[in-house]
Write a protein that binds this ligand. Structure first.
Ligand code: ATP
Ligand code: FE
Length: 362
């Protein structure tokens, strides 16, 4: 079975062709960092316009690279939600229109379910067994989720304010790092990884570690901590480059310390419920951070029971349509299709994947 998939829930325009035999025939991602850098973050109206410009290019390239014709595609998948409403509509309309013209079935996919299931595409045959724990760290989410099956998920922890990815983006912007073509989060990782030594500026109090002992995250307190420091200490212009690097490094440390603490706490809660968790799956854009990969491997040595951590390759942790194609595959195989009247869901909890058919945007 061959699936063509569309993803445009945030700022990347993605189209991919994937088979049920786990072959990624093409995986086109057109990033929009250049159009958003001047805004300092994703500007929804600008993102919609860029998706509209890029989608036909990405679709044509995906079919060309896969060396197939639309007639050879068995089904068309798209990200139904969650995400920015106008951005989701671009993929939804592209998928539905193509499907209607070429008489193909469609499946609308949950974006975070797709991040969680990517490892079944990339780590085969070393895939996790249900139930497993998944840490989803991205631009819009910071979640620890208990995955009970391909479609059943229970949220164990979420953020009370903002996502870890957004905190990376904001700190990166405050430190005036160059995004280049890699984006703000990856730019911050690259800045920290430089071998140059650094020391914190005078008077800089370490970043807070909020929500200690609780199964919940808070990330807005990290960037507001830096905001306050800069406000009372002459702004970013007064901070030398080595000190900026020290701030970035201690931010990364504090951001990841929260993840480590909560993952261990969640594993403890699962052990108390007699759930036999053997795998932690980490995905979403922040999971492409190589230092996080190292840290989680070390932290899991203190887990109550042996747990192995699995990450998709970095390029499939950030947004892509191959993961959307893969998350739709079980439904195409079961001929469980959506109706052409389906609409995007900008707000859609991963706990409600199975209720998808009954949900409408209000
Ligand atoms: P969501 O998946 O929640 O809907 P999204 O799709 O916008 O959000 P992703 O593409 O999954 O987000 O992840 C993007 C986020 O990951 C951004 O906040 C980005 O800065 C962050 N990110 C990307 N690479 C890295 C990295 N190497 N280190 C830290 N953060 C990173
Ligand atoms: Fe994402």
């Amino acid at each position: 079975l061959t699936v063509l998939a569309f993803e445009s829930s945030a700022d990347d325009t993605c189209v991919a062709v994937v088979t049920s035999a786990r072959q990624i025939l093409s995986n086109v991602v057109i990033k929009q960092h250049d159009v958003h850098e001047s805004w300092g973050g994703i500007h929804p109206a600008v993102a919609v316009m860029a998706h509209q410009r890029n989608m036909p290019i990405a679709a044509k390239r995906a079919l060309q690279e896969a060396q197939i014709d639309i007639s050879q595609v068995d089904g068309i998948a798209f990200t139904r939600g969650p995400g920015i409403a106008g951005c989701l509509a671009v993929s939804c309309n592209a998928a539905k229109t193509l499907a209607a013209i070429h008489d193909k079935p469609i499946v609308g996919v949950h974006h975070m379910q797709a991040h969680a299931l990517t490892v079944f595409l990339t780590s085969w045959p070393d895939t996790p067994s249900f139930p497993f724990l998944t840490l989803l760290v991205s631009g819009g989410h910071t979640l620890i989720v208990l995955a009970k099956s391909l479609t059943s998920f229970e949220i164990l922890a979420t953020t009370g304010d903002e996502s870890i990815g957004r905190a990376f983006d904001k700190i990166s912007r405050m430190l005036e790092l160059k995004w280049d073509d890699i984006g703000p989060g990856a730019a911050l990782e690259r800045f920290c990884a430089s071998p140059e030594s650094s020391s914190l500026p005078d008077g800089f109090i370490p970043f807070p570690r909020p929500m200690k002992g609780q199964l919940a995250f808070s990330y807005s307190s990290l960037h507001s901590h830096l905001e306050r420091y800069l406000h009372f200490n002459g702004g970013i212009g007064a901070v030398t480059m080595p000190s900026r690097r020290a701030i970035a490094r201690t931010f990364q440390l504090a951001a990841f310390a929260q993840l480590e603490e909560k993952v261990l706490l969640a594993l403890e809660r699962c052990a108390n419920r007699n759930l036999n968790i053997q795998h932690l799956v980490v995905s979403g854009g922040v999971a492409s951070n190589s230092w996080l990969r190292e840290r989680l491997n070390i932290c899991l040595q203190s887990a109550p029971n042996p747990v192995s951590v699995i990450f998709p390759p970095p390029s499939l942790c950030t947004d892509n349509a191959a993961m959307i194609a893969w998350a739709s595959m079980h439904r195409f195989l079961e001929q469980d299709y959506d109706d052409y009247s389906i609409n995007p869901l900008a707000k859609w909890s991963i706990e409600d994947v199975e209720q998808a058919k009954n949900l409408t945007e209000d």
